[in-house]
Every structure is written in C-alpha cells, then in structure tokens.
Design a protein around this ligand. Structure first.
Ligand SMILES: C[S@@+](CC[C@H](N)C(=O)[O-])C[C@H]1O[C@@H](n2cnc3c(N)ncnc32)[C@H](O)[C@@H]1O
Length: 226
C-alpha cells in the first residue's frame, strides 16, 4: 500500500516517510530518542513484573521491538531487577519488505552483541512466537489491529499508530475498550500522542491517564494505567 522512503532524523537514526500520507514512522527530532523515551522508559521500564507481555500496535521498522530486546538483555546483565522474560506480540497490517528494513541503521547504534537481533526480528516467521534472545520472544501477526483476536492479557502496550489526523480509523473507542479488557491489573499503555480526545477515549475505556513530558521536540505524551 505504501511506498516508504528512508530519511535521517535529528539523532542520526533513520525513519521512513510515506509521501502518500505525508507521514513519518517516527519523530523527525530523533527516532531512537523518541522510541526510548515513549516506549522503553515511560512504558516498559515502569513495569516491575518478572515476565512481561508486551503488545504493540504496528511492528513497522521493528525499532521498538529491537530496543525492547536491548533493554531486556541489559537489565539481566546488570541485574537491575530479575526480568525473566518478555513475550512481545506485535500487530502489523502492512509489513515492510526486507529490502527496506535491511537498510535501516538502528542496530549500528548499539554494541555488536545486540546487532544480530535486528535482522533476526525481521527475518523470523510470522504467526508464532520465536525466541530471539535469552529473555525475549516475539510473535509478529499480520492483521488489522481492529480485527485482531486477543489471545493473551498484556502488561505493557505500545500504541504506535500513525497520527490521528493521518489515520483516524486506528484510534477508535472500541480499540481502547478491547485493550483495556485484555490488560492485566496495573498494565501501562504509552503513546507519543497527547491529544485530549484520545486521552478521553482511554479514560472512557477505564484507564487512568496522565500527560507526561514528551520526547525531544514534543511537549507532552500520554500514559494510561489500568
Ligand atoms: C507510526 S508507524 C510505527 C511502526 C513501528 N512501531 C516502528 O517503530 O517502526 C505505524 C505502523 O502501524 C502500521 N499500521 C497501519 N494501520 C494498521 C492497522 N490497521 N493495523 C495494524 N497496523 C497498522 C503501519 O504499517 C506502521 O508500520
């Protein structure tokens, strides 16, 4: 459906631009910085469970999944807290060709031992859990997020859809209701989006919400908790 073009963002990491939508996959102020801030620090790192079920809207470039693996491996290495395992489920309607993901420069920013994980998450099969590292397994599902039949309950949700003004149909009340029903107690949902109507939908679904400081170039973002 899309014809993405690779572009550099302000922190030197790549993003994809979709001319047909006039939309980027990440913040132009820094893709890695944004992903670390919104999904790893504000989301994953707030969950103190030993086994964490993560749910992602939009696998896309795999940046969030890759940074999650790096965090899981680092956490265990440093024994910051005993993290046994991350089960990462990601729903993607329009998977990217490997010819594009092969060119992305995310892995280069990290230690050599982490680099192979990036190609592994892109080349592994869809539809089943695949173990990528000691503490991380991924299930990539090709589906419209709205049609996805939830199989598990989740602890951390990365809501990384295109912006509401570019793709309004992926921000409906029903999706937030469904996520809430399939969230474990104390689950955390984060998104770069800070819009009031999205916050109200999360609240109507049952979440407690807060606006917290956003990544570079963005004043605020949303975090919701069950
Ligand atoms: C803002 S991008 C972020 C992707 C990814 N998290 C990343 O860091 O590259 C949004 C993603 O949602 C996917 N997408 C769009 N509509 C979708 C839908 N209805 N269901 C599932 N995924 C969808 C897009 O193809 C794209 O990969």
């Amino acid at each position: 459906m899309f014809n993405p073009q690779i572009q550099f963002t302000a922190d030197g990491s790549h993003t994809l631009y979709i001319p047909e939508m006039e939309e980027h996959y990440h913040s132009v102020n820094g893709a890695i910085q944004e992903s670390l801030h919104v999904y790893i620090e504000a989301g994953l790192n707030q969950c103190k469970k030993e086994t964490i079920n993560v749910l992602e809207f939009g696998f896309g470039t795999g940046l969030n999944a890759f940074l999650t693996i790096v965090e899981a491996e680092k956490r265990n290495l440093n024994c910051k807290s005993a993290l046994a395992k991350i089960n990462y489920t990601t729903i993607e309607k329009y998977p990217l060709p490997v010819a594009i993901t092969n060119q992305l420069n995310y892995a280069k920013e990290f230690a050599i031992k982490y680099q192979p994980y990036f190609s592994k998450i892109h080349t592994c099969e869809w539809g089943n859990f695949v173990k990528i590292s000691t503490h991380f397994q991924i299930k990539k599902i090709q589906s419209d997020f709205s049609d996805f039949q939830f199989e598990d309950n989740y602890d951390v949700i990365f809501y990384d859809a295109f912006a509401p003004d570019k793709q309004s149909d992926v921000w409906p009340q029903e999706i937030f209701n469904k996520i809430f029903q399939h969230s474990n107690p104390n689950a955390i949902l984060t998104t770069y989006c800070a819009k009031g109507n999205i916050r109200r939908m999360m609240q109507a679904a049952g979440f407690q919400t807060e606006r917290i400081p956003g990544p570079p170039g963005k004043r605020e973002m949303l975090r919701a908790r069950k």
